[in-house]
Design a protein around this ligand. Sequence first.
Ligand code: K7E
Ligand code: CUA
Length: 764
Amino acid sequence: MKVNKKRALSLFTGAVLGLGMASSAYSQTSLEDVMKARGLTQKDLLAAAKTYTPTGGRDEYLAFSSGGQSGHVIVYGIPSMRILKYIAVFTPEPWQGYGFDDESKEVLAQGRIDGKDIVFGDTHHPAFSETKGEYNGRFLFINDKANPRIAVIDLHDFETKQIVVNPFFRSAHGGAFVTPNTEYVMDAAQYAAPFGDEFVPLEEFNEKYRGGLTYWKFDDKKGRIEPENSFTFEMPPYSQDLSDAGKGPSEGWGFTNSFCSERYVGGIERGRPPFEAGCSQKDTDFMHVTNWKKAAELVAAGKVKKVNGSYLITMEQAVKEGIFFLIPEPKSPHGVDVSPDGTHIIVSGKLDSHAWVYSWEKIQKAIAAKKFEGKDSYGVPIIAMKDALHTQVQVGLGPLHTQYDSKKCVVYTSIYVDSMVTKWNYCEGKVLDQLHIHYNIGHLVTMEGDSASPDGKYLVSLNKLAIDRFNPVGPLHPQNHQLIDISGDKMQLLYDMPLPLGEPHYVVAIKADKLKPIVRYKSGWNSRADKKSAFKTRAGREKTVRDGSKVDVYGTVIRSHITPEIIEVEEGDTVSLHFTNLERAEDETHGFAMYGQNVNLSIEPGKTVSATFKAEKAGVYPYYCTEFCSALHLEMQGYLLVKPKGYKAKEGKIADGTKYTKADYDKQVKTNVDTQAVIDSVVAFITSHNYKDFSTVVDLVTDATDQLGFAAEAKKKAEGFAAKGDYQNATLWAGQHWQYQVKTADLGLRAKTHLEENGAKKVK
Ligand code: K7E
Ligand code: CUA
């Protein structure tokens, strides 16, 4: 296809003049007409006004949602409820090249279990890193319940950097929850199992199966968990559930609840009543109270032994040191949530209609006075419920999780069975308001609700069932996140957002301005390991290095070509492609996909990524850029030629499909002269303004200057060939000169628009 150069050029002029206004049917009518046509009420309108975000607008909060079975994290804005990103965590994700480039394969490999690749995750609870109990916007952690793992996501680029596998557990639900200065990330086991690798029959459940709670040590400077400095509390096989870390007066302590403290083992096929019957017999289960500060001191003092290379505090040791206690809590509880000031802990029993408020002051007193009502069968002291309870409040059937408001003593509890949110006061023990949701709410989240100073404002209800809320899409429905306004006395439902990527169990929401993500990487960056890549390649330094049957290709990508464009290897070679994106412009990502080799990369500006594969079969393997990055994006292509063993190269040159004359060359030169005029006018605009005050523009100008440099080289080549009368090469190089000009103009126009929209001042 021949590109219509005149038209391409007119596109730029169109952009400058702001042509192309569209009009819609609604724009001609009044608000009343639209309301009537769409059947909207005043209330709908109010809700719309509270959530609608005009084009180009930003959200006040960013929510980080578990992606459930997808193994991803979903990022969306509040109040607009617009999805902004899926962060690939435990699962490969092609668009981001996660699980496709060598660098991210290494991250996923950290999550192997017994050497086996696990490429999904049952993600439940995301948690932000904290400083003094406040979200600091630096890191996000999330657990995988099915395979007991925790992942670390760096919020400077929203990428997963690390996955750690629990050394003892076979499932882990009670994570991730962080201590107030992110010293540790809590992760509790769920289904009890032997701590070792060996087979243990269920007949030995009470003696050999164990629960537990791991405190993963986090190095805030490196942004990595340190498995070698982490420790685990051995616990009875009580199916530990959720956790939360103490704050303020309770800082240094952790709280973990449990279900099935009956230690019942089902087995319908053996004629035994099922798990659900045996696990809900007792009226109470146990809240587990652990002192991580003291435990950390024991570890530091060398008093804790390592098992399988990891610190394990046995129940015996924990009891002896006085750092582990149990407190009865309502039947089959689910959430355990510490108040922002750290004075109270709220627990809800799924099979009880009450929320139970525990007083840290009372718990502390009982511990200090060694006032226990007895011990469990593993010797762990039990604090009597009456010695720990502040109050209990009837909140509805099936209470699950609690979130705190900005107003003192005010909380919101999700009521699963009754499908509602109950707003209540835990200090006075009274219900304030109830709102029905659709349907079967699980978790709920208030803005910065897990921090020491929640913002209130909005609440999102994470509903388990959508049923009839959206257009039907088959038996598997999306999940439904409902946005609720909690700024007034009465809760108001604002918006329904379908989430079709798994069952998100929990969400955390942070003030958007606390996040400071980068727009590009330092040149030649291995983003997955967060260091300079050994394969960083600069413009003009592209090369192919062969070592035996291993071929390393050091390449670059920039609009609109991949260097190299032809890669030749031999059948049986192991090929490693390394590409560096040379762009500095924001959002100029190039993709790289190749036929038949499962190679698919995302190369964001500055990034260096690699793909290694074995070229097993001789043949022709086209490759191309997968992101529509410029007008000549389709031409951003190349060939991998896998030659048969012993192949002798053909004599002669590649024959051009089309022949060019002096007339073609002259025509191209004229186009180039016209284009240069456009560039000059844009450059004049930029340089006549204080563009150096705008870092975005400075970067665009850097890119544009690069492109102009390439343009000058191409022009010289064209003129050289023309002087020799070789109009074939002269025309082709003149065409390439024009390509560089087009990219320069594109960058320049982007810079100009940025200056215009951001109030740049004229300086000369
Ligand atoms: Cu689904 Cu927190 Cu895992 Cu409750 S959890 S709903
Ligand atoms: Cu690069 Cu398309």
